[in-house]
Design a protein around this ligand. Structure first.
Ligand code: NAD
Length: 462
């Protein structure tokens, strides 16, 4: 795989300040495919300075021009989609078809949505005797995870650029090659120097330096709740704006009137896709007592079909973590009906698609984010019980409700403490706000709500 040995700063690839590197490993065969530089505090400082210098002119660029450049960026992503998909597959391990459809398809849609929004958004409004201006917050420090490497980057960079902010990106250690391709695309699109900058590196070094840098006005972080809590505290102490997209343990609630087979099959597919490494995955399936045995049998059958198709998880540590949860589930008395802790292949960080039955709401496999292909099927007695179980975790990112009647599903969804709910298999909408209730985060991404995160208001009274 092609890799840059420098950082993308101020419109060019510059040598890294230090000599340390990060090895990028293909999780399907455990081979090192590239080395990228491990950024230091000096690299971060240079990138933030470039972003600060570029900010006034970019903020003053008419929204229509910013929109045109985001549109050009989208077009480069489209033109290079096969190369990007192959790179995501090489460093994340996801099957190529999934990389093409989702890992590249979703960010292209999101970039397109911000090209449109930048052109049409009202950056000025009248409130009585006042004019309110929505102005860019400034320099954004963006920190992204590996699970949807390009989507997570575009979901931050596109709205930030649309708002008139400049950006320094620190991508995840496991997937820096996709981030380098994105920087190439930004360059090719003609985005002015310094508006977007990339520093690859370790979270506790380059990531932390970015969060702490006084030239950064807003930190936008997607990742684990543990790191998010730390970042929120640092940003809070500096009175710096912060957006956090964190973990989840979402519920797929199947009400008795639902099409059971469809709800179970879509639910299993939702958990197994991307090898379970989706923050919004419906990893708890809630089924009424009377339908429980039938649902478990359907789920086991559906999961078994993923055995050959599923990709590996991202790295050895992640596999150990997921297998540890599977062992914990068994130890706590949950019943394995598909998969288990045995590795399905000799090489590669594969985990068998796993389904647990007889899971009770307080078990670790029902409470904690596993981030692997593991589904817990939980029994409920009545609707009140289902609601209590669904809302009974510290998270509140996503969820699903299935019922024979849409109004019945909506009534239940309105009582869920969660940021987004799919009704009877509703499709992903790249313009709908995405983000969490409770410990799943602070702020929203995507669409107009995502754009407003990068704006601050100034009101003039007349
Ligand atoms: P992580 O928190 O370990 O890392 C995320 C990013 O933060 C990486 O770029 C990492 O280098 C950086 N980082 C780590 N320590 C840091 C520090 N001290 N200071 C600054 N930056 C630091 O998470 P991960 O393992 O890469 O991703 C998985 C997690 O992300 C899961 O918990 C998942 O739910 C969550 N996630 C949430 C969403 C969402 O939208 N809510 C989306 C995807 C993933």
């Amino acid at each position: 795989m092609k890799a840059h040995d420098g950082m993308y700063i101020d419109g060019e690839w510059r040598p890294a300040a230090g000599a340390d590197t990060i090895a990028v490993v293909n999780p399907a065969d455990e081979q090192v495919i590239a080395l990228v530089p491990a950024g230091t505090i000096e690299d971060v400082d240079a990138a933030v300075r470039a972003a600060r210098t570029a900010f006034p002119a970019w903020a003053a660029t008419p929204p229509a021009e910013r929109a045109a450049l985001i549109g050009a960026l989208r077009d480069v992503l489209v033109a290079r989609k096969d190369e990007i998909a192959a790179t995501v597959t090489a460093e994340l391990g996801s099957p190529l078809k999934f990389s093409q459809a989702v890992h590249v398809g979703a960010p292209i849609a999101v970039a397109g949505s911000y090209a449109d929004l930048a052109a049409s958004y009202a950056f000025e409004e009248k409130v009585g005797n006042s004019t309110v201006y929505l102005e860019p917050v400034g320099v954004v420090g963006a920190i992204t995870p590996w699970n949807y490497p390009l989507h997570q980057i575009v979901a931050k960079v596109a709205p930030a650029l649309a708002a008139g902010c400049t950006v320094v990106l620190k991508p995840a250690e496991d997937t820096p090659l996709t981030a380098q391709l994105f920087a190439e695309a930004v360059h090719e699109a003609g985005v002015p120097a310094g508006v977007f900058n990339l520093v690859t590196g370790l979270g506790p070094v380059a990531g932390q330096a970015l969060v702490e840098h006084e030239g950064v006005d807003l930190v936008s972080f997607t990742g684990s709740t543990a790191v998010g809590r730390q970042i929120g505290a640092t940003a809070g102490a500096a009175v710096k704006r912060v957006a956090l997209e964190l973990g989840g343990k979402s519920a797929n609630v199947i009400l008795p009137s639902a099409d059971l087979a469809k709800a179970v099959n879509v639910g299993v597919a939702n958990v197994m896709s991307n090898s379970g490494q989706t923050c919004s995955a419906w990893t708890r399936m809630l089924v009424h007592d009377a339908q429980y045995d039938e649902a478990v049998a359907l789920a086991a059958e559906a999961a078994a079909k993923y055995g050959e198709r599923i990709g590996p998880v991202v790295n050895a540590k992640q596999r150990e973590r997921v297998l540890g949860y599977i062992e914990k589930g068994v130890a706590e008395g949950a019943r394995l009906v598909a998969g288990g802790p045995e590795s399905p292949r000799e090489r590669g960080y594969y985990v068998s698609p796993t389904v647990f039955a007889d899971v009770t709401p307080e078990m670790a496999v029902a409470q904690e984010e596993i981030f692997g292909p593991v589904l817990s099927v939980i029994r409920y007695e009545d609707e009140a019980d289902a609601l209590r179980i669904a809302n009974g975790t510290v998270y509140g990112l996503a969820g699903a409700v299935w019922a024979g009647d849409e109004a019945e599903a909506v009534a239940f969804a309105r009582r869920l403490d969660t940021g987004q709910v799919d009704i009877n298999g509703g499709r992903f909408n790249p313009r709908a706000p995405f983000g969490g209730y409770k410990q799943s985060g602070v702020g929203r991404e995507l669409g107009a709500h995502g754009l407003s995160e990068y704006l601050q208001t100034k009101s003039l009274q007349f």
